[in-house]
Write a protein that binds this ligand. Structure first.
Ligand code: NAG
Ligand code: NAG
Ligand code: NAG
Ligand code: NAG
Length: 907
């Protein structure tokens, strides 16, 4: 018994000791219920510091929670007979069937695998809808990684522009979801271009705020919350810092944050000031993080602090960034801006997940490669030259970045570029060397991966959200557009799929950075032989037979154009082609070509009328003439020429702001560096009618029309520029898009009979009969219309089954010329012509006329009459063709010109 009791006391003592240790270790067991609750809450807060959303196991997904928002259970769908183009850009050669149910891709099998539809019908008990793709390509929905959709709604109005928060130059506390306008019609339009998910970011400030990823389908409920890709019916409206959802924030470097606050004395005006402001915020975030960690240490030691969990609403997201719970997306262009940001990231120990815009990133691949994380470059394929930050950009940058194993994503920055044309960015990147698979991945799988959402979007795989696009042709082909689309298994586009042939594979690239030969810059050869000409669009060089022709030019004159030209005794330059095409040189109507080289820097040439304050337009002597300001041989002109644009028409340059009378345009050859290149000094008087033409003395459209009328009537007999327009001696080029304003203008023209042409014309389809009857031509500018402004809100978009303004006007019998949306598009004129032609379904002949001779005729410009043309290798309306030779006045002046001659500011 004694023994026993001894053992027992040892046991009891042990038990008491163990209990004591436990008690000391977890003294909260003694806490009152109320304290216990507080402790639990504190503990949860502290644990949330480390929480991250878990990755979905796609194979195990049975249900897409987003399907609940569509109010009904979607019918299951079977897409039959589709080639699959996956988010890694790989295209199958076999046809496949995709079964979709509960908003997910449930299975993918080779077509003819079994009578799947029947099997599925019996096993799932859903109504099954069968979609026959007839051999067309099915791909995942496109993923846009940089959009302002919903916070910069269309048409742009003061009432709906919410993308710039100007209360302070750093606004880490703003959240896109607080402003997202579910009524933005661009949501539907983006979807019509194949975009199914978009990261919507706030703009411009050095630390700009929080962005969100939305699906591009508006639920019947009109709930913004339900448009979030991470919408969860079980936990709606959860706090973003609950650790359950991915979070994204936006920052910006360089010109954008620098320029916004010029009028605020306390705001930074230099990159140094921006750097300081950034550090100030990050210092605060570091301190807050430390305070939180201190607080949580106390909680871990069972003390319940009397204070609340340290929280500061304005820098909450920066602490999330420091804890790795928020991905950062930084708008930065120049190499030194990127490096500054990376220096900050090292100083404060956070990762820069994606560099956006980043046009110069291709110049510093080694710096980017050396980072210990996989940085994404979310860039553009097309932008160049409009501001200093963009002046070093290269068409080959996506190719170069990819060649260095950097993750390239392409974006539109909607509405900077129309979001529904995202696929065009991939087309152009591919056309300039980005391999075909990477080009398609850069708008699907790669952005999905960069957003940490590649466990549910960006791929066409089992268990993924059923966001599917069926294309009319390979999406990298010019003019490709979706025919059918599903988002979360719901149909959002349902056009007929016709029988017939279409391009099932990608086109070849126009250039790769390696394929460019040496540019023999200043040739002046009078005698040359061009072999392998398969077609000619020149009326003076008509091809009389199907076979390949040769063209022999001797002393600047055509001496032979036939299947075989006699060999001459002389040494002549020989150009051998496989599918040579002769076209007239392209004529571009530009905004600044030949006047300023960097439009946002008026010092780089003639200047900017925006800066002009004196004079009244009523005084005819205040009207400016572009020919007085020509600055030839510029970088823009060299690139224009090398892409086949040999003729340029430019009015005096006005960047933005209001100017009713812009001035008189000049027409010149892009090849020359002196005034001998001028084709016509005074081409047309350019005026702007509509909202863009309003100015203090002309605040309304009615005052603009009245002013135009009185200028024409009062000056009719005077020897000045207005008198010349009134008498029909000088054309009036009216920049106008609105149908209502065109009606006013056409009435005035009917009354006063002047020589009118329209530039823009995005609503011209609504007045096409009058245009035809009054013989008024239209130079279409901005055919990829996105209804950005009120004055163009009824334009045709060319997607979702809608035709383009080009095809509409041509079939109505209007004389149409093509202008380029922005000056930077002129160096890609062939790409623009190819996609406009294919999207409009017009013939190559019509397309070439529209881009060359029609523009010359519309402006009444006689060419010099001598032999001038451009020779392409390949078709002018397909990607993959390139300029082989440029002939001016009989002389061969360029052979295989480079699209981008070496950049040299001092040249
Ligand atoms: C105290 O509790 C923690 C976790 O709550 C545990 O890891 C640790 O081992 C415990 N210490 C003792 C001495 O029991
Ligand atoms: C949708 O399907 C689920 C599961 O099959 C079912 O519980 C629910 O009632 C259905 N909802 C509707 C609106 O039919
Ligand atoms: C399918 O639904 C019908 C009612 O709509 C029901 O009669 C039938 O039993 C169901 N079949 C299966 C396989 O669940
Ligand atoms: C970087 O991330 C992208 C997107 O997730 C992925 O496609 C790529 O393979 C990654 N690269 C490396 C080197 O990890």
């Amino acid at each position: 018994m004694k023994k026993q009791s001894g053992a027992f006391s040892v046991f009891v003592a042990g038990l008491v000791a163990a209990l004591l240790i436990q008690l000391v270790n977890q003294s909260h067991v003694f806490l009152s219920t109320e304290k216990q609750t507080r402790w639990n809450a504190a503990k949860a807060k502290c644990e949330a510091r480390y929480s991250r959303p878990s990755r979905l196991v796609t194979d195990e997904r049975v249900y897409n929670p987003r399907t609940s928002i569509y109010g009904k259970n979607a019918t299951s769908k079977l897409i039959k007979n589709a080639l699959l183009l996956d988010g890694d850009g790989k295209l199958t050669s076999d046809l496949h069937d995709i079964f979709i149910t509960n908003g997910l891709i449930k299975s993918i099998h080779k077509s003819g695998y079994s009578d799947q539809a029947q099997t599925l019908r019996t096993t799932t008990n859903h109504t099954l809808e069968v979609i026959d793709a007839k051999g067309h390509i099915a791909s995942p929905g496109l993923v846009e990684m940089h959009s302002h959709i919903g916070i910069c709604s269309q048409p742009e109005l003061k009432g709906t522009n919410d993308m710039f928060e100007l209360m302070s130059p750093a606004t880490p506390f703003t959240r896109v979801i607080d402003a997202f306008n579910i009524g933005d019609p661009a949501i539907k339009l983006n979807a019509m271009g194949g975009v199914t998910s978009s990261l919507v970011l706030p703009s411009a400030n050095i630390i700009s705020g929080e962005g969100y990823v939305f699906k591009m389908a508006v639920p019947e409920s009109r709930s913004v919350e339900q448009m979030l890709i991470q919408y969860d019916p079980e936990h709606p409206f959860q706090s973003p810092n609950a650790g359950k959802r991915h979070r994204w924030m936006k920052m910006a470097c360089g010109e954008n944050p620098k320029k916004r606050f010029m009028n605020r004395p306390e705001a930074p005006k230099s990159r140094m000031g921006l750097g300081y402001l950034f550090r100030e915020y990050m210092d605060r975030a570091i301190r807050l993080k430390e305070e939180q960690d201190e607080w949580c240490k106390a909680v871990e030691q069972m003390n319940i602090p009397d204070t609340q969990f340290p929280h500061e609403v304005d820098i909450e997201i920066l602490v999330g960034l420091l804890r790795g719970q928020v991905s950062s997306n930084a708008h930065c262009y120049e190499t030194f801006d990127i490096e500054t940001l990376l220096r900050h990231s090292k100083e404060y120990n956070f990762e820069v997940d994606a560099l956006h815009h980043a046009l110069d990133a291709y110049l510093i691949p080694d710096i980017l490669k050396s980072l210990p994380w996989n940085i994404t470059i979310a860039t553009f394929a097309t932008l160049w030259g409009f501001k200093k930050e963009a002046y070093q950009a290269s068409l080959f940058s996506p190719e170069i970045l990819n060649a260095h194993d950097l993750n390239v994503v392409l974006t539109t920055d909607h509405p900077a570029l129309p979001g529904h044309t995202l696929v065009y960015q991939a087309q152009i990147a591919h056309n300039y060397g980005l391999p075909e698979d990477v080009a398609f991945a850069s708008i699907t799988g790669k952005p999905a991966g960069a957003l940490n959402l590649d466990d549910r979007i960006g791929y066409l795989r089992v268990g993924y959200d059923a966001d599917v696009v069926i294309w009319d042709k390979h999406p990298l082909q010019a003019g490709a557009t979706p025919l059918k689309m599903l988002i979360d298994g719901e149909k959002v586009l349902d056009l007929a799929i016709e029988d017939g042939t279409f391009e099932q594979s990608a086109p070849k690239s126009r250039y790769t950075s390696k394929s460019i030969g040496a540019d023999e810059e200043h040739l002046n050869e009078k005698s040359y032989l061009i072999k392998g000409i398969s077609s000619s669009f020149l009326t003076t060089l008509e091809k009389s037979a199907e076979s390949l022709f040769e063209l022999l030019v001797e002393d600047g004159e055509v001496s032979c154009f036939s299947p075989s030209c006699p060999t001459t005794n002389r040494e002549v330059i020989v150009i051998e082609l496989e599918q040579g095409t002769i076209i007239p040189g392209i004529t571009a109507v530009s905004e600044a070509h030949g006047l300023v080289d960097i439009p946002s820097e008026p010092s780089t040439g003639d200047g900017d009328i925006r800066e002009y304050a004196g004079g009244s337009f009523r005084d005819s002597s205040s009207v400016m003439f572009a020919h007085n300001g020509l600055h030839l041989g510029s970088e823009h002109l060299v690139r224009a020429l090398n892409s086949g644009v040999t003729r340029i028409i430019t009015p005096p340059f006005r960047s933005e702001g209001q100017k009713f009378i812009t001035g008189v345009s000049v027409a010149f050859k892009s090849s020359s560096s002196d005034l001998s290149s001028v084709l016509k000094d005074e081409v047309a008087l350019h005026i702007t009618l509509g909202d863009a033409g309003k100015e203090p003395s002309l605040p309304t459209i009615s005052s603009q029309i009245a002013a135009l009328k009185s200028l024409l009537i009062e000056n009719k007999d005077l020897d000045n520029v207005y008198g010349r327009v009134a008498r029909g001696e000088l054309a009036l080029a009216a920049h106008v898009n609105s149908k209502d304003i065109m009606i006013q203008l056409l009435r005035l023209q009917n009354e006063l009979t002047f020589n009118l042409l329209i530039i823009g014309g995005l609503e011209a389809h609504l007045v096409s009969q009058t245009l035809v009857s009054q013989n008024v031509p239209v130079i279409v500018k901005g055919w990829r219309c996105q209804r950005k402004y009120w004055d163009e809100r009824r334009c045709l978009t060319g997607v979702g089954g809608e035709e383009t303004i080009i095809s509409n006007l041509i079939s109505a019998g209007v004389k149409v010329g093509l202008a380029y949306t922005e000056d930077l598009d002129i160096r890609m004129a062939l790409d623009q012509i190819a996609s406009a032609t294919k999207a409009s379904g017009i013939s190559a002949k019509k397309a070439i006329e529209m881009a060359s001779t029609n523009v010359m005729e519309i402006f009444g410009i006689e060419d010099s009459g001598k032999l001038s043309f451009v020779v392409l290798e390949g078709s002018p309306v397909e990607y993959g063709s390139r300029v082989a030779a440029i002939i001016e006045d009989g002389s061969l002046i360029r052979k295989s010109p480079q699209p981008e001659p070496a950049y040299d500011l001092y040249h």
